[in-house]
Design a protein around this ligand. Sequence first.
Ligand code: GDP
Length: 194
Amino acid sequence: MDVHNVEMVMSAVSPSQYPEDGRPEFALVGRSNVGKSSLTNTLINRKNFARTSGQPGKTQTLNFYSVEDALYFVDVPGYGYAKVSKKKREAFGQMIETYISTRKQLRGVISLVDARHKPSQEDIMMYQWLAYYNIPVLLVATKADKIARGKLNQSESIIKKAVDFDPSNSDFCFFSSVTKSGKEKVWEWIESKM
Ligand code: GDP
């Protein structure tokens, strides 16, 4: 999709605030710093639309971005910040759980992991949990430009093995916001689920 038009329509804390026009939604999840804002900006051809990192764990809301009046990207705040209190983390977990397990418009989740590292416990839990709810997942290994070409296969195997990758509901691709490699693949996946 060639994107020209993006609008942040809502920062929602509860389901009553989610958009009601029924357009397909794609959620983006991943650890803070994994490259989620960079991926989002690459997908929508912007430099600085989605905020890059900045305030760790501060925004505990689901942010809905309307893309070309055709779909929504739903930015789920990065997990993995120890600084956020346990109470806040639980409330936040519940918000995501409610959204992901009940939202009819949700067509898939783009789950980001760092291509250079073995997925964290939280990455694994997130993936397993999406699989449990039978949600289509695109597992994206970010920062692929930091990996030598000859090591990509190895990185892919390590990631897939760690999460117990299930090809029946998941796809995998590498991505780099530096070289933009993977951008077309991500869009193809999104469009295949619309
Ligand atoms: P977020 O917290 O998940 O939104 O992560 P950001 O998109 O803000 O990225 C975190 C850091 O990783 C920033 O310093 C980015 O410049 C860097 N980064 C993100 N994507 C890539 C990538 O594909 N390649 C490289 N080399 N660095 C990246």
